[in-house]
Design a protein around this ligand. Sequence first.
Ligand code: ADP
Ligand code: MG
Length: 252
Amino acid sequence: GPGCQRPSIYRIGWQLLQGASWINYPCLSASTDSVRAFSTSPCVRKSTHCGHILFIQRAGFASPTPIQAQSWPIAMQNQDVVAIAKTGSGKTLGYLLPGFMHIKRLQNSTRNGPTVLVLAPTRELATQILDEAVKFGRSSRISCTCLYGGAPKGPQLRDLDRGVDVVVATPGRLNDILEMRKVSLKQVSYLVLDEADRMLDMGFEPQIRKIVKEIPHRRQTLMYTATWPKEVRRIADDLLVHPVQVTIGSVD
Ligand code: ADP
Ligand code: MG
C-alpha cells in the first residue's frame, strides 16, 4: 500500500548473495530478523503471511556481478532476457535466482514435470549448473536434476520419475528422453539457453528447436551467450519475445 517501501530488486539480489537472505514472494520483500535493514518496513511484517519463503544459503559474495545486477530486475519482472557476457561473469546465478522465485510463485506439482528448464552445451557445464542449483536451491526445497549423454539413462529417469522443479540438460540427451516419453515439458514456463553460441557451434540448433516445440508459448525465455553472431540473433528472434538485451563488456 501507500507508504510501504519495497526494497529494490537489486537490493534483494544483493542480500541474497550476501546470505542475509530471506525473501517473500510475491511480495518481493525481504523478511525475518536476519535482514535488519528491512525490519522496520511495514511491508516486511505483512509479507510474513505471504508464504513462499525462499532461503539462499550464505555464499559470502560481497556484491552481485554486473550481469547479475542487470539480469535480476528484468528476469523478476517476467521479461525475456538476452544476456551477452563472457564466461566467469556469474551468469548461472543471474538466471537461477529469478528461476527459483518463479518456481516458488507458481508452486507447480513436480509430478507434472519441471517448471524450469536450463539447456547447456556440455555435460561438464550442465553438472556445474546443477551443483550451483543444488547449493542455492536446497534450503528452499527446490529439487533439481541433470540430463546428459555419455552416462546411463537409468538414474536420470529415476530422478525425473520422482519429480523435480529444475532440469538442467544437454539438448541431445533431453531429446532422447523426450522421444522415450519419459518427461513432459508442458509445465515448463521458465526456459534458459545457457551458452547459446556454443550450443549452436556444436550443431544443437535442430535439437533445441525440437525441444522448444514441446514447451508452451506462455513462458519466459532467457538466453545467455558470450558472442552475438547472426545465428544466435536468429534463434533469439525465433524463441524470445521482446527480449531486453543486456551486454556486459565488449561484444565480438
Ligand atoms: P559464468 O556462467 O558467467 O561463466 P558462473 O555463473 O559459473 O559464471 O560463475 C563463476 C564463479 O563465480 C562461480 O564459482 C560462482 O559461484 C561465482 N560467483 C557467482 N556470483 C558471484 C558473486 N556475486 N560474487 C562472487 N562470486 C560469484
Ligand atoms: Mg556459465
